[in-house]
Design a protein. Structure first.
Length: 150
């Protein structure tokens, strides 16, 4: 399962592999990944390297593919993803638009692009499965103790 940067998952049964002890059995995982990517595209503050890598993965792109689409080198994408170099404001806006268009752009507020700037700020959210669909809620600081972070 792809890491969900800054997302606390709750209200879902989490199972581990009996052989290796790793992995999660989450329902409708692709839907959750798309929803988290949209939350990342919509958040205040700059994207972190882990968040860039997550969005790239949700879009189904390798580093070289993202580099080509954004007009940069694969080395530049690697630097972004490893927090060695920040995305410029224009490339960050493009990545956020790609994330929104690759997920469900109806939930994307274009005004968020006006707020891109400053230091990277990690997403802090709670993902909850209500039995039918995934929901992204406020910050995990409000979450009850003992919930699994993924």
């Amino acid at each position: 399962m792809r890491d969900l940067p800054g997302v606390l998952v709750r209200d879902v049964e989490v199972e581990t592999c009996p052989n290796c002890g790793e992995g999660y059995a989450l329902p409708r995982i692709a839907e959750l990944h798309r929803l988290v990517a949209l939350a990342l595209a919509s958040k205040r503050g700059r994207l972190t390297g882990a968040e860039v890598r997550f969005i790239r993965g949700v879009l189904g792109l390798q580093g070289k593919d993202l580099a080509r689409r954004m007009g940069v080198t694969p080395v530049t994408v690697s630097r972004w993803e490893n927090d060695k170099e920040p995305l410029g404001p224009t490339t960050e806006r493009l990545l956020r638009l790609m994330a929104a268009a690759g997920t469900d752009p109806r939930g994307f507020d274009l005004a968020v692009l006006d707020r891109v700037g400053g230091e990277p700020v990690p997403l802090r959210a709670v993902a909850r499965f209500d039995g039918e669909r995934w929901l992204i809620e406020g910050a995990p600081e409000r979450a009850a103790a003992g919930e699994a972070r993924v």
